[in-house]
Design a protein around this ligand. Structure first.
Ligand code: ADP
Ligand code: MG
Length: 253
């Protein structure tokens, strides 16, 4: 589904990603971990096509074709979803309206008519039930006065209704309490199908107590320095990042 080769990217003179290789197949959950400042958010932004980063080399293919020249919107319409790290508050726009707009934008890009109201309602109800979302939530103003957990609920709800092929969830370290963490993890587990894939970016090993990733990658200083299975996450939890950093530095000498 996603094939990244030798990806180098940065901002002006600052090289952030220094050659990333990553392959994500459908049905898989990948966790990308690493200390702060290692380039995790940059990687997700570059996959999503955010224009603030300059790609200096390498390739990104999605379903067999290069997406390097596509805008963020075009990538989204192909089925790449990137969660917001800092969700915006939009007074006057309800959760349900926001979901409706997101769904219909995607349909429009595919040349489809807006989803009929009845169908939309059915879809929302189905996903609300799946994710344990209370009815009043739909009429709340987007992110206004939302707790950390509610913001995450909204994000996972959006993910459930849009059903992208590839979800990239960049989980910041701050403000994620254990409830919010569980909402994200449960959502990912429940939305998993053999046809979709998820990349969870996290600084916290704790998130992985609730999601079992198929692969774990450690990003450090713009490179994936170690890849493995969930055992790697346990090892990281026990030994901390210093252990890998030391190993990498020894290899460089
Ligand atoms: N827009 C930007 N402008 C300048 N420097 C940036 C920008 N985005 C990221 N960086 C730098 O790139 C490095 C990696 O950042 P980031 O991808 O946010 O790391 P992480 O998500 O792993 O904490 C950091 O040193 C950060 O300061
Ligand atoms: Mg980050």
């Amino acid at each position: 589904m996603l094939k990244i080769k030798g990806l180098k990217a940065g901002v002006e003179d600052n090289n952030i990603l220094k050659g990333i290789d990553l392959q994500v197949n459908k049905g898989e959950i990948h966790a990308i971990m690493g200390p702060n400042g290692s380039g995790k958010s940059t990687l997700s932004s570059v996959i999503a096509g955010k224009e603030e980063y300059e790609v200096e080399g390498g390739s990104i293919e999605f379903d067999g074709t290069s997406i390097m020249d596509l805008s963020p919107e075009e990538r989204a319409h192909l089925g790449i979803f990137l969660s917001f790290q800092y969700p915006v508050e939009i007074p006057g726009v309800s959760v349900s309206n926001f979901i409706k707009t997101s769904i219909n934008e995607t349909r429009k890009a595919k040349g489809l008519e807006p989803m009929p109201a009845g169908e939309l309602l059915k879809l929302m109800r189905e996903k609300m039930e799946l994710l344990d979302i209370k009815k009043g939530f739909l009429s709340r103003s987007l992110n206004q006065g939302f707790s950390g957990g509610e913001k995450k609920r909204n994000e996972i709800f959006q993910l459930a209704t849009l059903a992208p092929k590839l979800a990239i969830l960049d989980e910041t370290d701050s403000g994620l309490d254990i409830d919010a963490l569980k909402i994200v993890a449960n959502g990912i587990n429940k939305l998993r199908t053999p046809e979709n894939a998820t990349i969870v970016i996290t600084h916290y090993q704790r998130l992985l107590d609730y999601i079992v990733p198929d692969f774990v990658h450690v990003l450090y200083n713009g490179r994936i320095v170690k890849s493995g299975t969930k055992e790697l996450a346990f090892e990281l939890e026990a030994k901390g990042y210093d252990w890998i950093i030391k190993e990498v530095e020894e290899q460089c000498i």
